[in-house]
Design a protein around this ligand. Structure first.
Ligand code: IVH
Length: 711
């Protein structure tokens, strides 16, 4: 029953006790069944809590499933024993026809927002003035980016769960909330804190990012609609009439408070009595944790505006590492009596505020879909957008990655789209808002010819990336190649930016990187926005770049699949450029981390006369580096080659020949195949020699073998 306890228990997960060991026969007797069912419910929920709330599984999956099935069997045999808090309810009961409305006894209010330090300081000032204290203590927690729900427990049992709705009336989604694995169906009884007769716990339902990605992948595989973001996925999952669907969705809950009696009618009760007499919000949170609710481990109590801002920075920095999305942090005056004193204004408390992070998503419209040509000819569709402020910057372009992606998301010109810019990543179109599509919005299709140079666009069957076949004939590729060549980690030509490269290429001044070294002050002075001083600086930077390293030079060439790390490995191995240029694919694969794909790219690059010419021009232009000590295999003519030895050689034993080959990076195989490069044959060679002749493999006698090894 994997549905009931999702993850598989790994070998490191320990089974803590002989739970439910004395399994009973299938015939039950009344009293014993009641007792057994209660026992099973308790055990199963204890394991659920350990697994979903504490993240510390206590039992192997199979054992859990066995307890679960046993409880199900009892409940089927005796339906009266099925209680609303039974964990069997978590897999979802029968579908509903419609949601029932629930009036919230205590309204579900919203929070005012702060977007700047100044607004936070003003909030702190208002609180300390309102309370007449110099410094206020605040409870801080993440602001979950999910949807608010309220859970009503009577005598410790979950009896009702509802959405926020308009704050006064929500929808009854009890059946769905029961399937959320980390919501306690019954409050844990402890001697520390007594369970109140009636309590309403408030919090947020969300979907962790990783589970969201997996859900979308499943949706895609089934040809079903994908969700734009985890919040939409959580909302869509919670508003299902069929709880069996919700049960399959990876929803989680976080508690952030208790519906406070004094919030009703804004009436102030100086000593709130819920939560067993807690005096502070931070204590309420402790209690919620004791009763079995998941609460943020990131919560903290801080002092004054300084403490709030420090918390904001700390959580902001940790944001990406959290398993779920948050859109800010929430500050609450910690002492409940002080909360009551400050009270509410309109529909928001005065004692709390949400300090929002810059929004990572925003709505805007697609004005055009164009394609960009990259350094290796990769053609990327890009959405030109009506400017929109997102993630702290104004965004006007968003990548659409590739043609498949455009088709999958069905992005069209005129569409209203959700743009996402998370952290420092390139802005992307997360989803289209289909209801806002204008009539006659046309589908995007990839151009057949490169929009820059007109060369054919090719897309191999098994690849997602379409490419311009123009190579360095294509000005777009030429510009990118030049920018890459001059970039900081390559030849490091300071001051050669894209505006300048555009001009140099568009005016035909530069065709290859080697032309860079032929630039003079005159040619530069004629360019737009090029003062004498900057021209001189640029020439000095170009001059400086002549002295480089082999690794930088290899990287600067922009060979496909050769990044900075590979360039370093190649430089270290070959020590000099000539050995690298002469190496074949097998030899290249002797270099650590170079596989067949990278090796093939390098061979293809140096097989192109045009590229060799550019390399020679660059060398002639005086680019130099200190050649290193090559790996002993670097100049070996047989590195990566496969040999087969057969017959008796005049002087060398088979062992000695093998050692000579292996010391030079060659391999010795036992039988001849198409992959054999050389067969070394001596007297009385047998079938291996015949096979070599048949396949046309080069056959060497001992003398030729020694010659090949340069011995
Ligand atoms: S406390 C009086 N704490 O933000 C309202 N709300 O704008 C008390 N939210 O709808 C809410 N994380 O769903 C609170 N740690 C947190 C929260 C949080 C997310 C949501 C909540 C509410 C909205 C308020």
């Amino acid at each position: 029953m994997p549905d009931s306890h999702k993850k598989h228990a790994g070998p490191s997960q320990v089974f803590l006790g002989p739970l439910g060991g004395e399994r009973r026969a299938a015939v039950f007797t009344g009293g014993a069944d009641i007792e057994r069912a209660a026992f099973l419910r308790g055990e199963i929920e204890r394991h659920n809590h350990a697994y979903y709330v504490l993240d510390a599984p206590t039992i192997p999956d199979a054992e859990y499933d066995r307890l679960f099935r046993e409880l199900q069997e009892i409940e089927v045999a005796h339906p009266t024993l099925q209680t609303p808090d039974s964990p069997t309810q978590r897999v979802g009961g029968s579908p509903l026809a419609a949601f029932r409305q629930v009036a919230h006894a205590v309204p579900m209010l919203s929070l005012n927002n702060a977007f700047s330090s100044a607004e936070v300081a003003a909030f702190d000032r208002r609180c300390s003035e309102g309370l007449g204290t110099a410094s206020v203590e605040y409870a801080c927690e993440p602001k979950y980016d999910g949807l608010a729900v309220t859970l009503l427990y009577e005598n410790g049992v979950l009896v009702q769960g509802a959405t926020r709705g308009d704050g006064f009336t929500g929808e009854d989604v009890t059946h769905n909330l029961r399937t959320v694995r980390n919501i306690p169906l019954r409050l844990a009884e402890t001697t520390k804190v007594s369970v109140p007769a009636r309590i309403e716990v408030r919090g947020e339902v969300l979907m962790p990012r990783r589970e969201f990605a997996a859900l979308n992948e499943r949706q895609r595989a089934r040809g079903e609609k994908e969700f734009a973001n985890p919040r939409n996925a959580a909302a869509g999952s919670l508003r299902q009439l069929d709880p069996k669907i919700t049960a399959k969705r990876p929803l989680r809950f976080f508690a952030y408070g208790v519906a406070e009696a004094h919030a009703e009618n804004n009436a102030v009760s100086p000593e709130p009595t819920f939560g067993g007499g807690a005096a502070r919000h931070s204590e309420v949170m402790e209690r919620l944790a004791v009763w079995g609710f998941p609460v943020a481990v990131e919560r903290a109590v801080v002092q004054g505006a300084g403490g709030l801002l420090e918390y904001y920075e700390r959580i902001g920095a940790a944001r990406r590492a959290l398993p779920y999305d948050i859109d800010g942090v929430v500050y609450k005056v910690d002492r409940l009596a002080d909360q009551a004193k400050l009270g509410f204004v309109a529909r928001a408390p005065r004692f709390a505020i949400a300090h929002k992070f810059p929004a990572e998503e925003a709505l805007t419209t697609v004005e055009a879909i164009e394609v960009q040509v990259g350094r290796t000819g990769a053609i990327t569709p890009v959405a030109r957008l009506a400017p929109v402020f997102v993630g702290g910057v104004t965004v006007t372009n968003a990548t659409l990655h590739n043609e498949d992606e455009v088709r999958r998301k069905d992005v069209r010109v005129g569409d209203t789209v959700i743009v996402r810019r998370a952290g420092d990543v390139i802005p992307e179109v997360a989803a289209v808002v289909p209801e806002k599509r204008p009539p006659h919005a046309g589908k995007f299709s990839m151009p057949k010819a490169c929009p820059v140079c007109g060369s054919a666009v090719e897309k191999p069957e098994d690849e997602v990336i379409a490419r311009c076949t123009g190579g360095l004939f294509c000005p777009a590729q030429r510009k990118q190649a030049l920018l890459h060549f001059a970039s900081r980690r390559a030849m490091d030509v300071e001051g050669l930016g894209d505006k300048l490269v555009d001009q140099l290429v568009d005016h035909g001044i530069i065709k290859t990187p080697a032309d860079l070294y032929k630039l003079g002050i005159l040619k530069l002075a004629n360019l737009e926005r090029m003062a004498d001083k900057s021209a001189a600086n640029l020439l000095a930077a170009i001059e400086k770049s002549r002295k480089s390293t082999l690794a930088r030079f290899i990287f600067a060439l922009g060979i496909r699949n050769v990044g900075e790390a590979t360039a370093k490995d190649l430089a270290r191995y070959f020590g000099g450029l000539d050995a690298l240029m002469a190496a074949d694919a097998e030899h290249l694969q002797q270099v650590p981390d170079v596989g067949p794909v990278v090796a093939a790219s390098i061979v293809r690059f140096f097989a192109e006369p045009h590229n060799v010419e550019v390399v020679e021009q660059l060398r002639a232009a005086g680019i130099r580096w200190e050649e290193g000590t090559p790996n002993i295999l670097a100049n070996s003519p047989i590195a990566g080659k496969t040999f087969v030895l057969t017959g008796t050689l005049p002087t060398l034993t088979r062992e000695a020949a093998k050692e000579l080959i292996e010391a030079r990076g060659g391999k010795v195989a036992g039988s001849v195949s198409k992959k054999t490069h050389y067969v070394v044959a001596g007297a009385e060679a047998g079938s291996k020699l015949d096979k070599a002749q048949e396949l046309g493999v080069t056959i060497l006698d001992e003398a030729k073998f020694m010659e090949l090894l340069k011995l």
